[in-house]
Write a new protein. Structure first.
Length: 292
């Protein structure tokens, strides 16, 4: 209809180009039949693997999700996208890992070979997930809100408007992680000093959380005693806690104020003040709450 209504050749060519572009974008949705050998081979491999390990198979038999449980009882999924040349070519594998997962594949291999490699990879990450599971279970994690198995950072509440962001190396989870403190200077500077003075006490034989307790000489607020709302204070500008996925991470340095703000809110606020000044990428100005 759009082509018929074109008044001239130029308009016709423009409309034709648009129609073709839309059609090309939708070609991936078309079902391309695969040879019978593909289906018989895939069904045979699934039967050898065991249907109890299969979490999902799409109607076109091109995407398969396999489930596994590691030695600590954690549930994991691996998503396999198979092309028409399977098993000559390996499936594309997608996992929720903090490190790359590379599959070793030969044309004579089957899904059970990928599954066994998946199990080995799960056990190689056991200590990493153990460390983060302990943090998630025993402390108040402010970010990420719902951590995935691939997430390597945790922002842990220490007290109101004071937290530490911990970046754990998944290949060496028992080593000292990168630590970044958030909060007013007068509150986080003593923590930085303790970490630097006690860094020699780090013991890879005890858990990451216990090491942090001993180096910082603190007890992290317990989930059994306090609520997340005791630490999750709203931004003093937009009056919300979460903004575009981020939480307040800037705090007024005045001990009598200590109001937290989103970095984006504070930057926008200070940009509009005639008394603010900027040096390179840092902007200086008064606190919107206490004017200090």
């Amino acid at each position: 209809q759009r082509l018929h209504s074109c008044p001239d050749l130029v308009s016709f060519m423009v409309e034709l180009k648009t129609v073709l572009e839309i059609a090309l974008k939708n070609t991936q949705d078309l079902h391309i039949p695969r040879p019978p050998e593909y289906y018989s081979c895939l069904v045979r491999d699934l039967e050898i693997l065991g249907w109890n390990r299969v979490a999902y198979v799409d109607t076109g038999l091109t995407t398969v999700k396999l489930k596994a449980e590691d030695s600590c009882g954690r549930q994991h999924l691996i998503t396999l996208k198979l092309n028409a040349k399977y098993p000559t070519e390996p499936p594309d594998c997608s996992v929720d890992f903090p490190v790359p997962f590379a599959v070793s594949w030969m044309p004579q291999n089957s899904l059970i070979d990928i599954y066994n490699q998946f199990l080995v990879a799960l056990e190689s990450l056991k200590e990493f997930w153990d460390a983060l599971d302990e943090i998630d279970g025993k402390t108040w994690v402010l970010e990420p809100e719902n951590p995935t198995r691939s997430a390597t950072t945790r922002r842990i509440a220490i007290e109101s408007n004071v937290s530490v962001n911990v970046e754990v190396d998944p290949r060496h989870p028992n080593m000292l992680p990168e630590c970044y403190f958030l909060g007013a200077d007068h509150e986080v500077n003593p923590l930085r000093t303790k970490l630097n003075n006690n860094i020699h006490l780090w013991d890879p034989e005890i858990s990451l959380l216990q090491n942090l307790r001993e180096l910082l000489e603190i007890d992290f607020p317990s989930r059994a005693v306090l609520e997340k709302s005791d630490f999750a204070k709203d931004c003093g500008i937009c009056y919300a806690y979460r903004l575009d996925g981020s939480v307040p991470d800037q705090v007024c340095d005045d001990p009598r104020c200590g109001q937290p703000f989103h970095q984006a809110c504070l930057y926008e606020w200070l940009q509009g003040l005639p008394t603010s000044r900027q040096s390179f990428n840092v902007i200086f100005g008064e606190c919107p709450y206490c004017n200090k």
